[in-house]
Unconditional design. Sequence first.
Length: 346
Amino acid sequence: MNTLCTRLGIAFPLIQAPMAGAQGSALALAVSGAGGLGSMPGALLAVDPLRAELEKLHQSGLPYNVNFFAHTSPPPDAARDAAWRRALAPYYAEYGLNMDTIPSGPGRLPFSAEIAGMLAEFSPRVVSFHFGLPAPELLARVKALGAFVLSSATTVSEALWLQEHGADAVIAQGLEAGGHRGHFLSRDLTEQIGTFALLPQIVAAVRIPVIAAGGIADAAGVRAAMGLGASAVQVGTAYLCSDEATISAMHRAALQSEAARHTAVTNLFSGRPARGIVNRVMRELGPISDATPEFPLATNAIGPLRAAAEKVGNTDFTSLWSGQNASACTTGPAAEITRRLAEGFK
């Protein structure tokens, strides 16, 4: 058992990636029960629903990770909002939707003092962040609970920044990874590189453990990452079609079809670059658009289109998050997927 396993209380240095909107506590429990570290995404949940999920995890007695976004909520931008509405207007007309009914609000909220206070009820063993780290006073409250803190780095500079600012381990997120990019020091997507180029550079640059993420879907990928110096691996896409995942039947079908071979990084669904299976709106408006509001404000206007399209059986406006390697995205219990991945540690 390696040092990180001992610190986290797990049998295998395998972390299930927290996937907001694609899972609840059931997936995390299944992975932790099989010897890995299950993760609970908190970014989309208000305090009370998150508390209910954490209660289930806490009662199990198993180790788990709870994940949050550390972004800064952007100020309203009327000009950009108007440009986004113009871009989406033809689609609203196509589906007979009224743009005046687009909901307002901040969308996904960043980690807050209220959430930090609620975490004190459970003292989770691991807390992870995406988009950097929260304000120093909030991070101090998390670490005072005894939590081991992880955060994503997409460049060597971000890894060094995280080490300097209090992270206990770094997740080296390669460009292959599905869902939101974790970058926070630069918006220049040309700085983003693949997992097996990024991983050894971060390992050489930092003193803290490095967790490899992106494109790792089977035992062979696990072995390759560990051979390049990773202390652990984080896997997301391989769990998306598990019995415990909560994605739609249409998303599952896309992941298990030839469509999953073509993914792209897009900002159309949330305002921040994220990797998903290419669909109609990505082909026609992007995948990257300057009209898209800042994260997470784009969600409000794209949401009604997603709902209307899904009602008639298509995913033209659905964020079909997926990494570049969905080859091992199969149905079945998450515990069995965990056991197959763990073969890579032998």
